[in-house]
Design a protein around this ligand. Structure first.
Ligand SMILES: [Zn+2]
Length: 490
């Protein structure tokens, strides 16, 4: 089932490993593997999945179980030395969630709707299997393959059809800047006299609502061979009243650079990335702090993605979308049928997507809630018990990372922090639902959000900060609606 390009890549991977004439599918860090959606042979799928699931539990030098059992125990002891009941309590004390119990409660709340959605998805997948003339119960190695057939039949979005409506400069000026101007009253002027580190980089001066200078923002959007992958925001200069500095911010991405003279037509995913990174930029620009260590985006891990994910919502806001999504040659608005397809595609396979994240977050929390007096754990038994307690269907939807290859929590600084991705999603969907209920894209709403959230940095507790804006604690309903797990417009 692999296409010629994938086969060629697999042959190259074999060659690189001294296995000339053989094909190798290198494992990605997640449980599910990208090639599983194409592979038509069920035994091959099962073999690839099993290799992934068992990659760090093969009893050889790459087996991580002894190391992580020891790490979990040492972390629990470290927390005890510092006066905390467990490592999660130690990590969470200055986060928005504050306690492991609050995180566990949040995770548990997401389970029922996720399970219900997964049931619907399993039924779709079972139907696709019988349509394929097959008779078996779907297992995790079948999911991506048959989900892809469901997607093609029901959700297919042709990337080539939408790109002409997303011309980068138009998305930036008439989308990203337009929304920021409507919400926050700020305006943008390109500065060609300011030096840049690459000719593709563009600089804009940002002016506040009263005409005073607010910030400089650099955009470095195109892929280069020597650039890191992905997209990010950072500051060249942070805002600080103590140091008398105004923010100088940059957004970086890896969009394909068009041929000279051609327009940069981007995907909707790229559009979303532009709004996301600019959301971080707004958090940095509106910073109003004395101390640089508390300024702008220097906030808790379960809060930092809130302003950026919140800003993504404006990409699909009807007023903003109609303003920027215009055909680069004719200026025509995108046909509604195509807009609907974009919205629908975002809701595909969300029971699976959410379920694998929740399961991983649950594992992370349970590992880091062990008390110092707990004995060293049998990793497989601990994992099975944790997943069973979650109430999730992990037979069909296993965790995105298994304990033995969960790099985020054992070495990447996300210990007792993996839930943060989901937590900030709850915040951004709740905040956007507040905007929708209060008239949407207005200066008054934007000002309120700027005053109560975006300008605050890390100068107050996040719970009271969010409550003051939202009127109550955040809730999961807008998030479930946004993912299409419960009915209703977000
Ligand atoms: Zn981000």
């Amino acid at each position: 089932g692999l296409d010629p390009a994938a086969l060629q890549q697999a042959a190259l991977s074999g060659h690189e490993r001294g296995l000339a004439g053989q094909w190798v599918l290198p494992l990605q860090n997640t449980t599910q593997q990208p090639d599983l959606s194409a592979l038509t042979d069920r035994d091959t799928r099962q073999a690839l999945f099993t290799r992934s699931w068992m990659r760090a539990e093969r009893g050889d030098t790459g087996d991580t179980r002894a190391a992580i059992a020891e790490l979990a125990q040492l972390r629990a002891r470290k927390a005890a030395l510092l006066g905390y009941p467990d490592y999660a309590s130690y990590v969470l004390y200055d986060q928005m969630a504050r306690t492991p119990q609050a995180v566990q409660h949040f995770i548990a709340q997401l389970v029922p709707a996720t399970l219900a959605e997964q049931k619907r998805e399993v039924a779709d997948i079972a139907a696709a299997i019988s349509q394929d003339g097959q008779h078996f119960q779907p297992r995790p190695w079948d999911w991506a393959h048959y989900a892809e057939q469901v997607r093609k039949a029901r959700y297919d979005l042709d990337a080539a059809q939408v790109r002409p409506y997303f011309e980068l400069d138009r998305v930036l000026r008439d989308g990203v800047f337009f929304a920021a101007n409507r919400l926050y009253g700020i305006s943008f002027k390109e500065r060609r006299d300011i030096p840049v580190y690459n000719p593709d980089v563009r600089v804009f001066e940002v002016t506040d609502r009263d005409g005073s200078p607010l910030a400089l923002v650099y955009f470095d959007y195109f892929k280069r061979d020597n650039k890191n992958g992905g997209a990010w925001m950072s500051n060249f200069v942070g805002q600080s009243h103590l140091l008398g500095t105004k923010p100088v911010i940059y957004n970086v991405a890896n969009f394909a650079k068009p041929a000279p003279g051609q327009p940069a037509l981007i995907s909707f995913e790229d559009v979303t990335t532009m709004f996301h990174e600019f959301g971080h930029a707004l958090h940095g620009m509106f910073a109003d702090q004395v101390y640089p260590t508390l300024s702008g985006t220097a906030v808790a891990r379960d809060f930092v993605e809130f302003p950026s994910q919140f800003n993504e919502h404006w990409a699909l806001d009807p007023i903003v979308f109609a303003h920027y999504a215009r055909h680069y040659q004719t200026g025509a608005a995108m046909p509604q049928a195509l807009v609907d397809k974009i919205k629908k595609a975002a809701r595909f396979d969300q029971g699976y997507a959410l379920g694998e994240l929740i399961a991983a977050a649950k594992l992370d929390m349970d590992w880091h809630m062990l008390p110092a007096r707990a004995p060293r754990q049998d990793v497989d038994r601990f994992e099975a018990a944790s997943l069973a307690r979650s109430g999730l269907d992990t037979r069909d939807v296993p965790p995105r990372y298994r304990s033995s290859y969960f790099l985020h929590i054992w070495s990447n600084g996300y210990a007792a922090g993996y839930y943060a991705y989901l937590w900030t999603e709850m915040l951004d969907d709740a905040a956007y639902s507040w905007f929708r209920a209060h008239g949407g894209l207005t200066r008054a709403n934007g000002q309120r959000f700027r005053d109560m959230i975006l300008s605050r940095g890390h100068t107050m507790d996040y719970g009271p900060m969010f409550r003051a804006f939202y009127g109550r604690d955040p809730d999961i309903v807008p998030m479930l609606r946004h993912r299409g797990l419960v009915p209703g417009e977000e």
